[in-house]
Design a protein around this ligand. Sequence first.
Ligand SMILES: Nc1nc2c(ncn2[C@@H]2O[C@H](COP(=O)(O)OP(=O)(O)OP(=O)(O)O)[C@@H](O)[C@H]2O)c(=O)[nH]1
Length: 365
Amino acid sequence: MFASIKTTINKLLNLGFDDEFDNDLNQKHVVNFSYMMFCASSLFMLVVFATRSMYAVAFFSSLGLLIGLAGLRYNYIGHFSRAQWLMPVTKIAQVTILSVFYFGTGSGFHWFFLNVISYAFVVFRADQRAHKYWLVCASLALFLMCELLETRGMLLTAVDKSISISLVFFLVAINFALMISLVMSRLKSVNHHLRTLAEKDELTGLSNRRKVLADAVNIFADSVINSESCVFSIVDLDHFKKINDTYGHEAGDLVLTKVAAVMADVIRPQDEIGRYGGEEFIVIMRDTSLSDAESVMEKMRQAVEAMLIETDHGIVIPVTVSIGLAAIDSHVSRYEEILAQADKGLYAAKRNGRNQLSVQSEYQY
Ligand SMILES: Nc1nc2c(ncn2[C@@H]2O[C@H](COP(=O)(O)OP(=O)(O)OP(=O)(O)O)[C@@H](O)[C@H]2O)c(=O)[nH]1
């Protein structure tokens, strides 16, 4: 039940979005959110005031409800700027009329202008600054007018007045809190998305060079602090240039993607893998002895060799990898030294005929 309400609210918040990460994401969310709040509060007021036979307010509330639905529809069909404006203009008219002529300025109803001001700050982009200031200035001017003007409106008792003011403050505060939490949660998910983009290799989906080298620094530091062994390994596809030249660049990309997926499948959950560049990959194995790392990487070599990668024309492309491995040593002070050692191993594996592992255990100091 709770989950389905949450799904419906999320669907309404995402109304009219083609791309979940477009530039106007936060603005569109807040617009949809404001219309949802507008519909909910208008419906609430419609029921309350209709049952109390206060038909003028009930009429304004039903208009608010219709306009709220129209705004959601505008956003849904892509008329974002109309949706941006319809609600604040309606709200300004509604609050002014009800505050000045109906409830009276002493009711505190004009504090609802704060909602319009917070809306204006969040919903307009930097290039729509003028719109934002217009809306803020108009709302502030009307707010001040209501503060200074003493209109009687309905005759409210002191108790009615204090209940009304508390209710208005409560609704304004709730609106603020929800709007802030909405913007924060959107920012969080956009940050997460940007971080993923910055750390992922687009073609293979593995960590990119920057991320895997950052992992290397951290794992190396942890291993030194905890006096644990760690192993770095460089994997390079054999004769990859020939694959590109023979089957085309697209087939080369397909090979890289499929090999990356198989390699990611073979490593253990605690291992890190990333694309170092071109057809080279790095695997980092924390808290692992050289012999254990060797058996993981041998499994990887065999898994790649056993792959059947087919082109669109049904041709099977044979693929193998050469692998160099090196472990941390008590004299090693920088992770780059292990990487250089693994690279030596890789060249030895290539030199010895490819499709094999070479472990470089002896550092030369
Ligand atoms: N399709 C494709 N090719 C790439 C990509 N990145 C690098 N390459 C190609 O990978 C090839 C690497 O060739 P080389 O460095 O000569 O290595 P190799 O042919 O694998 O030879 P050995 O490593 O000695 O076995 C180059 O032709 C690059 O153009 C990529 O993202 N996609």
